[in-house]
Ligand binder design. Sequence first.
Ligand code: DGP
Length: 114
Amino acid sequence: MADCIFCKIGRKEIPSKIVYEDRQVVAFEDIKPQAPIHTLVISKGHFATLNDVGAEEEGLLGHMMLVAARVAKDKGLDKEGYRVVANCLEAAGQSVFHIHLHLLGGRRFAWPPG
Ligand code: DGP
């Protein structure tokens, strides 16, 4: 999508601190971190929300989770724990309409979430 900010980050048209990249995904640091570690994992392909991802993308979604776990391990969070979140639509707090996982760590998190 030409005007999607995360598509632009994926194409390197907008700078970001990339920590991992492969054929399907890019992981980069969140510009407005909510925890000492806050990394986003995005798909390279454009899907506005989780509602727009079909069953044929099961592999992509699984890959995004595995990349989040891999980055968590790279950042030393695998022992103390971390949270992986996907917000879908405004009521859940989605502000960028391109699917992404938030990897959050480095502090304790409340449950239930706010
Ligand atoms: P969400 O609200 O779940 O859609 O999360 C979007 C996140 O994206 C939010 O934590 C802030 C982050 N973000 C928005 N614009 C940019 C940007 O241009 N660069 C980076 N690195 N992060 C961004």
